[in-house]
Ligand binder design. Structure first.
Ligand code: SF4
Length: 355
């Protein structure tokens, strides 16, 4: 029987995000780790590897494919109520102890995730886009695992999707390089990025570097892509007032129009002893975002218990523009021109015409 590594190694294509080196090794530019991968070796993510001739990148399968509400990504200012056909592969460049999706993300990095082999389904880009068309998707999202490390596959899907009029988005940890963002730019309309902590030492515990994520947030905004930021609020890890204020102030320094989602953690993976995020912590985090001056702050993962923090209000006259419970949309009062119907204030985002 094949090991998971053997199965995944067969489902690959030549990587495009590489800089060949004179000694036969390659520098991978798909994520900010920028691994120097020598012949016969793997990158930090394990799913990209040098086969002796070239760097190989995941291609030709999905480990998850679902027609999700766009609110689940979460995007709240991006075609609310639309279907986002969402695909994911296996693997990640980080290793968060509290990962809520570790079976997919930690494939090849943690033997306990080997059963993710059962998720694998061979599929072509054409079949994914056709599935999107059949379920009425306006959006195609690359999510579930870290999409940056499988960007060649995402681009082969996105190239077809944009031809049919679908919009393409990434749900990412933000550990990007300028090269991968330029590679995605012709096809990508939006990006959801995690801001996990403002402490570099804590980012390093997860396998990342704070500066790389902050740089990605700034760069994505400068590039004109639609951006929403998510912070999973984990008790004892990133839930102090000081740290939440620091996150809010950083986002404000980039743009007050970035929607900030503070979402609730549930005990998972290597953090089974850590309690779920209390509602009061989540609303405190959201209060800080609003007090700091962010115009759109949301509290997620505890539907129906966070009051007004599930809805979108006009930041000028406080008219309710989109009312939600969890992923369910009750009312949308903002049309394609993206203006408050009462005071005319421009509401940042990408909006559909009203029915
Ligand atoms: S995607 Fe990131 S972790 Fe994987 S090989 Fe490339 S640089 Fe390394």
């Amino acid at each position: 029987m094949s090991t998971l590594a053997q199965m995944l190694d067969r489902l690959t294509a030549p990587a495009e995000l590489v800089i060949p080196q004179a000694d036969g090794s390659v520098r991978c530019t798909a994520c900010a780790h920028r691994c120097l991968v020598r012949p016969g070796r793997r990158g930090v993510c394990q799913v990209r590897f040098h086969d002796g001739k070239e760097l190989r990148a995941p291609w030709g399968y999905v480990a998850g494919l679902n027609a999700d509400p766009i609110e689940k990504k979460p995007f709240y200012h991006f075609l609310p109520g639309s279907v986002a056909l969402t695909f994911g592969m296996l693997g990640c460049d980080l290793h968060c102890d509290y990962c809520q999706n570790w079976l997919s993300s930690q494939a090849l990095r943690d033997p306990a995730a080997d059963e993710s082999a059962y998720f694998i389904r061979r599929v072509s880009p054409e079949q994914i886009v056709e599935a999107g068309r059949r379920c009425g998707a306006e959006v195609i999202a690359s999510s579930y695992n870290e999409p940056l490390i499988t960007s060649e596959w995402a681009v082969s899907v996105f190239k077809l999707a944009v031809q049919t009029g679908m919009k393409c988005v990434y749900v990412s940890n933000g550990n990007a390089t300028p090269e991968v963002l330029e590679y995605l730019r012709p096809y990508l309309t939006g990006m959801k990025i995690d801001l996990k902590t403002m402490q570099d030492k804590n980012y390093r515990r997860l396998g990342g570097v704070l500066k790389n994520v902050l740089d990605t947030i700034k760069r994505v905004k400068e590039m004109g892509l639609w951006l929403e930021v998510v912070t999973l609020v984990v008790p004892g890890f990133n839930d102090s007032n000081e740290e939440l204020w620091e996150m809010a102030r950083f986002l404000l320094s980039v743009s007050a129009d970035i929607p900030w989602h503070v979402t609730a953690f549930h005990s998972d993976y290597h953090m089974q002893e850590t309690p779920n995020t209390p509602v009061s912590t989540l609303t405190r985090a959201a209060d800080i975002g609003r007090e700091a001056g962010l115009r759109y702050v949301y509290a997620g993962n505890i539907p129906g218990r966070v009051g007004e923090y599930e809805h979108t209000f006009c930041p000028k006259c406080r008219t309710a523009l989109v009312r939600r419970t969890g992923y369910l949309i009750h009312e949308v009062r903002i049309g394609a021109e993206g203006k408050c119907p009462k005071c005319g204030e421009r509401i940042a985002g990408i909006w559909n015409p009203l029915p």
